[in-house]
Write a protein that binds this ligand. Structure first.
Ligand code: FRU
Length: 309
């Protein structure tokens, strides 16, 4: 009898302990903070690398949940993505805007609603954000200009293939380049065209440039894919040996700019870090209530085979 009673008591006690545990874990289960990342397009290798860095960093932190939307290089699609994050009441927005002007009002709206905003790589036309992260594109443009002047020995004809003109890196990479070339009156930019950051467009533009001009000494692509596209067009026309090609991004890997320099397709590239890791690190700090820098400037460097000569 005694034995039966003690087994019964033990049984009741176990049930009590289990149910208490259950309740505790339910109250302790905290909802992860949601970070919405509005990517302007996930198709290019550089953007894929940025997304991957973010996902790797976010995976280390179970207290956050990262949602990435793909704007497909389309301002209205990206605007709808951000509206959607606002409706979902995300805890923080990270955005790399396709073009500055069309995305400015929606970012202002998010910021005004009290949601912290981290802007990554491309800027908006407003200071309604918590932190901006990106490399200095004016400086990169200047480095490209100085490099061009050096390899051309201060004289020559250049074709410039722009990134999307409504995006700030294109404007800033142009500005820096022009600034560096101001000291070289014998260097002339004979042709400029918007290549929308696309390799396919770089190739098409170069086909046109090759038809129009007999002499081109250097092609400055605002990114590596466009510079590589231009190289391929020149190769197709058997003129690649007469022209130097420079780009920006310096992405590692088989398709990247560093490999293109090693293959001697590009003379140089300038590393443009994606900032994916830094964006998540910054978001975590903001969500923890810590103060962050308003502008976080990422580093760059020249990659070329003649470096140091
Ligand atoms: C990718 C990309 C990069 C470039 C950056 C500028 O979409 O075009 O090649 O460096 O965006 O924002």
């Amino acid at each position: 009898m005694k034995k039966t009673i003690s087994i019964l008591i033990l049984f009741v006690a176990m049930i009590a302990v289990f149910s208490a545990c259950g309740k505790k874990s339910e109250t302790e289960k905290v909802r992860p903070k949601v970070i919405g990342f509005s990517q302007c397009n996930s198709a290019e290798p550089w953007r894929e690398a940025m997304n991957q860095q973010m996902q790797n960093e976010a995976a280390k932190h179970p207290e956050i949940k990262l949602i990435i939307s793909d704007g497909n290089q389309d301002n209205s699609k990206q605007l709808a993505d951000v509206e959607n994050f606002l409706v979902q009441e995300v805890d923080l927005l990270i955005i790399s805007p396709n073009e500055a002007q069309p995305l400015t009002a929606i970012v202002e709206k998010v910021h005004k609603s009290g949601i912290p905003v981290v802007i990554l790589d491309r800027k908006i036309m407003s200071d309604a954000y918590t932190s901006f992260i990106g490399a200095d594109n004016v400086l990169i443009g200047e480095m490209a200009g100085k490099y061009a002047a050096k390899v051309l020995n201060g004289k020559g004809k250049i074709a410039e293939i722009w990134g999307l003109k409504g995006s700030t890196p294109a404007l800033e990479r142009h500005e820096g380049f022009v600034k560096a070339l101001a000291d070289y009156p014998d260097i002339e930019v004979i042709y400029e065209q918007d290549g929308a950051w696309l390799r396919r467009r770089g190739r098409e533009i170069m086909e046109n440039v090759l038809q129009r001009f007999e002499k081109i000494d250097l092609v400055y692509g605002h990114n590596d894919p466009m510079a590589i596209g231009a190289y391929l067009a020149a190769k197709n026309a058997n003129r690649e040996k007469d022209i130097l090609f420079i780009g920006i991004d310096g992405l590692p890997g088989a398709e990247g700019g560093i490999q293109a320099v090693e293959n001697k397709e590009l003379s140089a590239t300038f590393v443009y870090p994606t900032g994916g890791k830094e964006a998540i690190e910054t978001a975590l700090k903001i969500l923890a209530g810590e103060k962050v820098e308003r502008n976080i400037t990422l580093g760059t460097r020249t990659v070329s085979l003649d470096e140091g000569k």
